[in-house]
Ligand binder design. Structure first.
Ligand SMILES: Cc1ncc(COP(=O)(O)O)c(C=O)c1O
Length: 323
């Protein structure tokens, strides 16, 4: 990843909680995207802080720096951008903002093993990146996670917090947990790490085939990655503009299912639409994330797909939309 230190833990959720606890105290605010998996926000609450929602940018579906700037207050201490689907967030824009307002950045890299932003591995960016090794991710240990950082003091604190604050045998010098990765999971992870380059090549090849085959369909927005960035394609997610396309996202999904092709929605609700986070979005609008929740659809992109599988997916989408 290009980072000096890597701290293995037993989930991506644990990685986020540990990182948040290092930088946040009760009353502090952390800005998180409204369009993400709930752990990005809920672990801030678990760490005693207050998540504040900001909207995402269209197309990239990642945290929009302009939307972040609008909700910065004197209590804001950090931001938690998500490299959603494996698409690098606007790392330069967000880092500029963080420098200007003296904010920490905890990158939620749960879906982004291998993603590159402006030529840099997203795991090497300060302050810390949090990965998940859940089975749907680009690298799995069954359940597991990891933090990567080049900050030595931070790495030492994260190691302590992972295992009951035990600085030497039965000497407990700070509050900690049991968030250790098991040796069995680590053994799987070492094997997976060797395969990761081949997995990433296959995911990127599959994505390129899908993008070529689905190009030029009005109303179907395909993933787009700016020059200098490389998408890790944990998910290949398209956006359905139902007015232009003539069918809704759900109709497209049903049509694919009828042909035996599984697709999924990441995510059907923005965070402000989730019962546990509804209070965070009161009196505010999140036009982009609200529209994404109705329009995103993830098509199969995993490394085991054959060329025939990919052509079948492309045909099925084209048939469903009449293109
Ligand atoms: C964006 C994001 N953040 C955090 C997590 C939490 O990771 P884990 O399931 O390993 O706890 C996930 C997992 O799905 C995720 O997609």
């Amino acid at each position: 990843m290009g980072a000096r230190y890597a701290i293995a833990v037993n989930s991506g959720t644990a990685a986020l909680q540990l990182a948040y606890q290092e930088f946040l105290k009760p009353g502090d605010e952390i800005i998180v995207p409204d369009f993400t998996f709930p752990a990005t926000a809920s672990m801030a609450i678990a760490a005693g802080a207050s998540p504040v929602l900001a909207d995402v940018a269209p197309v990239s579906c990642t945290l929009d720096p302009a939307s972040v700037e609008k909700v910065i207050t004197h209590r804001t201490r950090a931001i938690a951008p998500v490299h959603l689907y494996g698409q690098p967030a606007d790392t330069a824009g967000l880092a500029r903002l963080a420098r200007k307002h003296r904010l920490r950045i905890i990158w939620d890299a749960a879906q982004a093993h291998g993603a590159i932003s402006n030529g840099r591995d997203i795991g090497s960016l300060p302050d810390v990146a949090c990965f998940s090794f859940y089975p749907t991710k680009n690298l799995t240990t069954g359940e597991g996670g990891m933090l990567t950082t080049s900050n030595k003091a931070l790495a030492a604190q994260l190691r302590l917090a992972r295992s009951h604050g035990e600085s030497s045998r039965y000497l407990h010098t700070r509050l900690g947990y049991n968030y250790r990765m098991t040796d069995i999971a680590a053994a799987i992870g070492i094997g997976q790490l060797r395969k990761l380059p081949a997995f990433l090549r296959a995911r990127r090849r599959n994505a390129a085939i899908l993008s070529k085959g689905l190009a030029g369909i009005p109303g179907l927005v395909l993933p787009q990655t700016p020059g200098g960035d490389r998408h890790a394609y944990c998910l290949y997610t398209v956006c359905v503009n139902s007015r232009v396309l003539g069918i809704s996202r759900d109709e497209l999904q049903e049509s694919l299912a009828a042909q035996g092709i599984e697709s999924s929605v990441h995510y059907p609700r923005a965070l402000h639409q989730q019962p546990i986070f509804r209070h965070l979005g009161a009196d505010r609008d999140f036009p982009v994330s609200t529209s994404l929740a109705l329009s995103v659809l993830s098509l199969p992109v995993h490394p085991a797909l054959s060329n025939d599988d990919l052509q079948r997916i492309i045909r099925a989408v084209r048939e469903a939309v009449g293109a």
